[in-house]
Design a protein around this ligand. Structure first.
Ligand SMILES: [Fe+2]
Ligand SMILES: [Fe+2]
Length: 136
């Protein structure tokens, strides 16, 4: 998955953060494809840790915007973020232990699937809500 305007939902802050996350996922893939086992082992744990921090910061920021907007679906949305983070952390710990390309690509697949579903579903609903209120 690479960033394109097709991924923009129309909220500048949310879009910038999604873009940063997707670009970082792309960087991880390009850093481990064609890398030696030793290089992957050296790099992968930090790369996926950094991506996890990006997700965590984005969730805090997005939930903050939802609080400000008094978004009625905030509780459910926050729960989706939390459930994903639990799954992400399991995948990240596996990368930390195995330090392998395989574990890293599994993590990227999990993250890509989730971003695709969540961004175009739940996040898009929030952006539509801000537009309907004229708040964005
Ligand atoms: Fe979200
Ligand atoms: Fe989001």
């Amino acid at each position: 998955m690479t960033w394109s305007e097709a991924l923009a939902l129309g909220h500048p802050d949310v879009d910038a953060q999604h873009r940063a996350i997707i670009e970082h996922m792309h960087t991880i893939v390009s850093e481990i494809v064609d890398a030696s086992t030793a290089e992957i082992s050296a790099k992968a744990p930090d790369l996926v840790k950094f991506l996890g921090q990006h997700f965590a910061m984005h969730f805090v920021a997005e939930e903050g915007l939802m609080e400000e907007a008094r978004y009625p679906d905030l509780v459910h949305h926050r729960e989706e973020h939390r459930r994903f983070f639990v799954v992400y952390e399991q995948a990240r710990k596996r990368v930390e232990e195995e330090k392998s390309a395989e574990a890293t690509l599994i993590l990227i697949t999990i993250a890509t699937d989730w971003v695709g579903t969540h961004v175009f579903g739940s996040d898009a609903r929030f952006v539509d809500f801000t537009h309907s209120r004229g708040a964005a």
